[in-house]
Design a binder for this molecule. Structure first.
Ligand code: SAM
Ligand code: SF4
Length: 338
């Protein structure tokens, strides 16, 4: 069992409020006990607390909107149990080789026209091979030149690759830890939690912003959600962007037919992420097709202030731009940066 070098508990910080709960400013010394206590709060109290923290740092009616494009689809050598793109599972995902730069730039232009301010390029790789890497650098340069924020999610990186992405104009690198250090090898066996943390270190050292979060609904326990969020919040610099995905059950994958998760556990995870990382963007990521408008509205209230627009999310569906625009209208929300 991989024992992660992420300490399960750290000494509670001195700034514990009179009620015995930690104060809300950004801290990097959260203990699992404190985080579990947040999860255990009555739902209304947790959401009130998260919403209060949220509006101290953000306009609660603004949501950062990103578009995510798969630039290379399927035939991935990794065995992430949730993923339709893993070559280890018989899924019906349509395999696509690395896209042409022009194709990606056309998608980025369309994303910008539909209100996205960030364009994310994801590839089904363990990590980029040299021959593909330079091709991706051209994509990053082209998307940057369109005036969009750029994000890439290419798997494991070395330090030199991270610096080259930064030089090409990359703003964010997505590299999710997905779950707790303890549960990680139940979900993925072809790499370790430490591999993930090492890449995040290279990304940080290169001066890139970090997009790192995980998945709720893989049969994990509350302690796993707490340890995942603790790992993120206790980083020297927590991720600027924290995607919280609801598992999309992909047919043919080992997690394709596990029991549903209580929606309130998902909303609690958003709220706790908000409290632990008050100045990060918390992203309502995969799984929105399975969420009611009301559930999404509660996530925004609980501090989610980023999302993916566009009806394809890698190999899964996502609400259409029209549907999201109608939801924003009904809730009085506006895209950030517009
Ligand atoms: N291959 C790259 C990697 O794994 O980092 C990028 C691909 S994609 C951006 C990776 C992330 O999407 C995963 O880390 C996971 O958090 C999320 N994801 C993939 N499949 C999912 C599913 N079926 N349900 C929910 N989230 C999923
Ligand atoms: Fe590959 Fe990424 Fe899917 Fe894992 S999540 S199987 S690394 S594409």
């Amino acid at each position: 069992m991989h024992v992660s070098n992420v300490p399960a508990t750290s000494t509670p910080s001195a700034t514990v409020s009179a009620a015995g709960m930690p104060a809300d400013e950004a801290r990097h010394t959260w203990t699992t006990e404190e985080i579990e206590a947040l999860f255990e709060l009555p739902f209304n109290d947790l959401l009130y607390r998260a919403a209060t923290v949220h509006r101290k740092h953000f306009d609660p009616n603004r949501v950062q909107v990103s578009r995510l494009l798969s630039i290379k689809t399927g035939r991935c050598p990794e065995d992430c149990k949730y993923c339709s793109q893993s070559a280890h599972y018989g899924t019906d995902v349509e395999k696509e080789d690395l896209a042409e730069v022009e194709t990606v730039l056309a998608a980025a232009k369309a994303a910008k026209e539909s209100g996205a301010t960030r364009f994310c390029m994801a590839a089904a790789w363990r990590g980029p091979a040299a021959r593909d890497f330079n091709h991706v650098l051209r994509m990053v340069e082209g998307v940057k030149a369109l005036g969009l924020e750029t994000c890439a999610s290419l798997g494991l990186l070395d330090g030199d690759q991270a610096h080259k992405l930064k030089d090409a104009g990359l703003d964010y690198y997505n590299h999710n830890i997905d779950t707790s250090p303890e549960k990680y090898e139940e979900v993925i066996t072809t790499r370790t939690f430490e591999n993930r943390m090492e890449t995040i270190g290279h990304v940080r050292d290169a001066g890139l912003k970090v997009c790192c979060g995980g998945i709720v609904g893989m049969g994990e326990q509350q302690i796993d959600r707490a340890r995942m969020l603790q790992t993120l919040a206790n980083m020297e610099m927590p991720p600027e962007s924290v995607p919280i995905n609801l598992l999309i059950k992909m047919k043919g994958t080992p997690l394709g037919d596990i029991p549903d998760t209580d929606p309130f556990d998902f909303i609690r995870t958003i709220a706790v992420a908000r409290i632990l990382m008050p100045t990060s963007h918390v992203r309502l990521s995969a799984g929105r097709m399975a969420m009611s408008d009301e559930m999404q509205a509660m996530c925004f209230f609980a501090g989610a202030n980023s999302m993916f627009c566009g009806e394809r999310l890698l190999t899964a569906g996502n609400p259409t731009v029209d549907k999201d625009q109608s939801l924003f209208g009904r809730l009085g929300l506006k895209p950030e940066g517009l």
